[in-house]
Design a protein around this ligand. Structure first.
Ligand SMILES: [Zn+2]
Length: 264
């Protein structure tokens, strides 16, 4: 409350410049009664839900990434609780849904809820192993724009055998240096896990790529689904990625840009 009061004092000072003919006491009265609507919106934080579960991870260094973003507040839910919330009206409390889960169980109602949210324009960001989720839900690849199939699949005549390797030095190329999600990030190197032979739909808009022979070509992309721009970021297995400043900037800009895409 003290912070809110301090902000009001600041606003009185700035409002005094805008309305020099009003006394400070008069301005205070107008502000306290809500007669002057000043821009708290700019200071309003982005509300993020982070879904985890189904795959282990180094919690402290993972949440350090989100704790380092001043523009957000976040709640975390472990599956299946996240999917229960997503299929409830409570989901409207959040501006951006972030998935760091690897989950298989999803009810028909929960599937409908994902699709309805995306049709409304709810931003979703999928991270790392979330690309392995929902092997038996054909719509999921259309939502995320790609999928790590846990068994061999034939795609355009090629048989994909998805695989992974840890602790790889990955050269990362920024495909679109002007996009708000990647703006200000130069090509960089990161030590992280790679996935190989992942199916990626041709429709995605690539943000990051790599030439590493053991990795899938694109490491981040945007996929349009419904009225939403869904972001997928492959990077992010553990502390070596979470502490990387380029990775942190990518996550921050992905959340901040996604929040702006949210449809009213
Ligand atoms: Zn991993």
């Amino acid at each position: 409350m003290a912070g809110a009061f301090d902000r009001k004092i600041c606003y009185i000072t700035s409002m005094k410049k805008m309305f020099p003919f009003l006394s400070k006491a008069c301005l205070l009265l107008l502000i306290l009664t809500g007669s002057i609507q000043f821009s708290f919106a700019q200071q309003k934080k982005i509300r993020v839900l982070i879904a985890t579960g189904g795959h282990g991870f180094e919690k402290k260094s993972f949440y350090d990434v989100f704790d380092s973003i001043p523009s957000i507040t976040y709640d975390t839910l472990v599956q299946p609780q996240a999917n229960v919330l997503i299929a409830s009206p409570e989901v409207s409390r959040y501006d951006v849904l972030v998935f760091y889960d690897l989950f298989e169980n999803i009810s028909p109602e929960q599937k409908d809820a994902y699709i309805d949210l995306l049709k409304k324009g709810t931003p979703m960001i999928f991270l790392h192993h979330s690309v392995v989720s929902y092997q038996h839900w054909p719509e999921f690849i259309k939502i995320l724009g790609g999928q790590y199939h846990t068994g061999p699949v034939v795609v355009n005549g090629d048989t994909l055998h998805a695989n992974y390797e840890h602790d790889v030095h990955i050269p990362v190329k920024v495909e679109d240096k002007k996009h708000p999600v990647t703006r200000g990030i130069s090509d960089f190197e990161i030590v992280d896990e790679v996935y190989g032979d992942v199916e990626i739909l041709q429709q995605v808009k690539p943000l990051l790529s790599t030439t590493h022979p053991k990795s899938m070509r694109y490491l981040a992309w945007i996929n349009h689904y419904g009225r939403s721009d869904v972001i997928y970021i492959q990077l992010g297995h553990g502390p070596s990625a979470f502490s990387n400043p380029d990775y942190r900037k990518l996550i921050r800009q992905a959340i901040e840009w996604s929040a702006k895409q949210k449809k009213p």
